[in-house]
Write a protein that binds this ligand. Structure first.
Ligand code: FCB
Length: 439
């Protein structure tokens, strides 16, 4: 059925976009003065990324951005959410500015604007400059100050053309995987370090909001959060408690202080030693929208191997799953949007949503197409429930470097041949283009 956005209740101004992130698509990791990030380092650790893949070349978006912008224009995508690589602008994270790095995003932004595509820039998608990590990284309060300086640099350079800004992509996933589970850069599994990282990332967000607000006239700013319904694996008290803690770690550790001005109850005690007078006022700055990356409901269970005593549980046996094993339940989109709306009372932008496949599969990606269609329909139900959803960005424009999954996990609506770097729209891209075009 060829559903129309208008028939589903989406207003004409609803924004249909596509997302990527710097390390996952740019490549050119050692070019034009870019400094190393913690993900460059992580990729050199043996056995941490599937097949030993790295982001050295990725989709080569750094050189092929013009083709990718043309591709988006052909698909009718109205907005492009990308991230700026901090180590490209400031190879050591602070101090000397790399003009060649700054110039890349000038070119990207200008070519988007030439084609009428709205740039949505995210300041940080997990690629902390290695030099700052060597000075303590997110466990050191200083990093929040360096981040505010970096935000000011971006605001001054691009603020005349970029009005939509995201601060930090999924600080919860970045910090849980990087500092509690050790599954991502910088590969640490320590509760104290994790608690410190949470607080510094929150301070960094607040400082960046202030810099953007001061330096970009008419800026529209949001935090970008992974927020998913979080359910106990089993209905027993230990599991229910584990899910409540996991919910706070994953869903609330960042939005609660950033929007409501307080840490959630189960985490407050662990983080309190690092909170200084005035911190909450620095973190809780007015934002314009809540960016949610929605994928799937999560199931949690107690796990004594994990530093917080909880972790991922198993979804119910009869729950359908995607090719990468994530639960498939389109109604979770509506449930999630309602939860966020009721708790945070902000306009919502779905800044990521997509389907991962393991197989090279081909271009007829029916399961992805079905996933997108069903999630968009569920988002429409939330809209009808009165949730103020303003836009939707598919993850991702391109197959790309999927962190620990390397190039073996594909989320693109456009296929990338990682030998030739050729791009080919999949059925899901053709469907999305048609959906946008018909309005
Ligand atoms: C999100 C990340 C994004 C991508 C998708 C699949 O957690 O923000 O970079 O990896 O998952």
């Amino acid at each position: 059925m060829r559903t129309k956005a208008a028939d589903l209740g989406f207003p004409p101004a609803f924004l249909w976009g596509a997302s990527t992130s710097a390390y996952q698509v740019e490549g050119a990791a050692k070019e034009d003065g870019r400094g190393p990030s913690i993900w460059d380092t992580f990729c050199t650790l043996k056995g941490r990324v599937d097949h030993g893949d790295t982001g050295d070349v990725a989709c080569d978006h750094y050189h092929r951005y013009r083709d990718d912008v043309r591709l988006m224009a052909d698909l009718g995508v109205r907005a492009y959410r990308f991230s700026i690589a901090w180590p490209r602008l400031l190879p050591r994270g602070r101090g000397a500015v790399n003009e060649a790095g700054l110039a890349f995003y000038d070119r990207l932004i200008d070519s988007l604007l030439e084609r009428g595509i709205e740039p949505w820039a995210c300041l940080y998608h997990w690629d902390l400059p290695q030099a700052l990590h060597d000075r303590g990284g997110w466990t050191s309060r200083d990093t929040a100050g360096w981040f505010a300086d970096y935000a000011a640099l971006c605001a001054k350079r691009y603020g005349d053309r970029v009005k939509h800004w995201g601060t930090i992509n999924e600080p919860s996933v970045h910090s849980i995987f990087g500092y509690a589970f050790g599954w991502g850069a910088p590969s640490i599994a320590d509760r104290t370090m994790h608690a410190r990282a949470i607080h510094t990332l929150n301070l960094a967000h607040g400082g960046a909001v202030d810099a953007l607000r001061t330096l970009v006239p008419g800026a529209s700013i949001g935090g970008i959060h992974s927020h998913q319904p979080c359910r106990p694996e089993r209905d027993d008290p230990a599991c229910v408690e584990a899910a409540a803690l996991f919910d706070e770690l994953w869903n609330r550790a960042f939005p609660d202080p950033q929007i409501l001005g307080a840490y959630p109850p189960r985490l407050a005690e662990a983080i309190e030693p690092y909170v200084q007078p005035g911190d909450m006022a620095r973190i809780c700055r007015p934002v314009d929208w809540f960016g949610v990356n929605h994928y799937a409901p999560m199931y949690a269970a107690p796990n004594t191997d994990m530093v917080w005593g909880c972790g991922f549980g198993a979804p119910p046996d009869d729950m359908p799953r995607s090719d990468v094993g994530w639960p498939l339940e389109p109604a979770a989109m509506r449930e999630n949007l309602l939860t966020i709306h009721r708790r945070y009372r902000l306009p919502i932008v779905v800044t990521e949503n997509g389907y991962g496949s393991k197989s090279e599969a081909g271009l007829e990606d029916t399961p992805r197409l079905d996933y997108l269609r069903a999630n968009i329909a569920s988002m429409a139900e939330a809209l009808r429930d009165g949730v103020d959803v303003r836009g939707y960005f598919v993850w991702s424009l391109l197959d790309n470097f999927e962190w620990g999954g390397g190039y073996g996990s594909r989320f693109g609506i456009v296929h990338v041949d990682f030998q030739t770097l050729e791009r080919t729209p999949k059925a899901s891209a053709r469907w999305y283009a048609d959906f946008i075009r018909r309005g």
